[in-house]
Design a protein around this ligand. Structure first.
Ligand SMILES: [Ca+2]
Ligand SMILES: [Ca+2]
Ligand SMILES: [Ca+2]
Length: 326
């Protein structure tokens, strides 16, 4: 009996689909250019908070192993214990993971990480990201793909384009300005922003009932509150989006952005008249130049060739330095 149980316990833990997920990531610069901003060339101390969504058990015997296959990212400390994972409680690794970023990593990318969480009932995978860069100055861009009719009573909607020219950079902050939408029943409408690399964030949906229009509505993660069922059209002011705009951090800045407006109910109709974006690029500081090489020994050098070129040669040149192992 006991032997059979031991045999079961000794079986290798299978990769299970445990209800453990990413909660939040904190990153500190442990070596690099010393400005406290995580960026290419730095080595980063990474704390990854994970959380159990399993109300039926507490996960024990927990540890984590971090890895990354991203070019330029090297995990230099991969393993850490975790305290037991209690339902709903974000829990940090006891020892920070360490990730060294090469100087060739693009500023502003979110470096994808793979964390294997080991527990006494099996292992599970928790993907997370290591952000890089600081928030640069915001620039404003306006869509010229207006005015556009919003198709009535269908789910594809109209995606109005806003193309940001240029060759690069990554997003580190973003606000959406809906200057004007004309519509006779705002409750029909759902608005999304789509990035050049296809990320989609829902801004607002089904609010305003039979109220008309959006006028100077700004969506920002730092706003105090969302548009709710009690917010009156035309929603002039700054509001939190339904989903966080920080999902665009690390996205390419240049390219085609889209405001997608869906009217899912027949009858009332409208148009997208004006909209724009305020976008901050990720900024990174350079790394200090490498330290100079140590001074070379001048053993074996003929000092007379250095100092004996004076007038008359009455002084003896200093003796040549012997080499230690000559
Ligand atoms: Ca730094
Ligand atoms: Ca109306
Ligand atoms: Ca409609």
């Amino acid at each position: 009996m006991a032997a059979a149980l031991m045999g079961l316990a000794a079986a290798p833990a299978a990769l299970a689909d445990l209800a453990v997920q990413h909660s939040s990531t904190a990153v500190a610069e442990s070596a690099g250019n010393g400005n406290g901003v995580p960026e290419p060339g730095d080595t980063l101390a990474v704390t990854e908070n994970v959380m159990s969504l399993d109300g039926d058990q507490t996960f024990t015997g927990v540890s984590g192993t971090a890895a990354s296959s991203f070019a330029g990212a090297t995990v230099t400390a991969a393993d850490s214990p975790y305290p037991d994972l209690v339902f709903g409680l974000p829990t940090a690794n006891t020892n920070p993971y360490s990730v060294a970023l090469g100087t060739g990593v693009e500023c502003g990318v979110a470096v994808p990480m793979a964390l294997t969480v080991h527990t006494s009932v099996g292992d599970t995978n928790v993907p997370f990201e290591v952000p890089t860069g600081a928030v640069g100055p915001f620039d404003s861009y306006e869509s010229s793909d207006v005015p556009r009719s919003i198709p009535d009573g269908e789910l594809i909607g109209y995606s109005s384009d806003l193309t940001i020219a240029g060759t690069g950079g990554r997003v580190k902050g973003l606000r959406v300005r809906v200057g004007h939408i004309t519509h006779t029943y705002d409750g029909d409408l759902t608005l999304y922003l789509i990035s050049p690399d296809g990320r989609e964030v829902k801004l607002v949906g089904g609010k305003g009932a039979d109220g008309d229009d959006f006028v100077d509505t700004v969506f920002s993660d730092t706003a105090a509150s969302r548009i709710t069922s009690t917010t009156a059209a035309p929603f002039t002011g700054t509001f939190k989006p339904v989903q966080a705009l920080s999902a665009f951090d690390g996205a390419p800045l240049s390219g085609s952005w889209k405001l997608k407006v869906v009217d899912d109910s027949f009858g009332d109709i409208g148009t997208i008249d004006a909209w724009g974006l305020d976008v901050a690029p990720a900024m990174c500081a350079p790394q200090p130049p490498p330290p100079p090489p140590p001074p070379s020994h001048d053993c074996g050098q003929h000092n007379s060739t250095i100092s004996g070129t004076g007038n008359g040669g009455s002084k003896k040149p200093p003796k040549d330095k012997p080499c230690p192992n000559a």
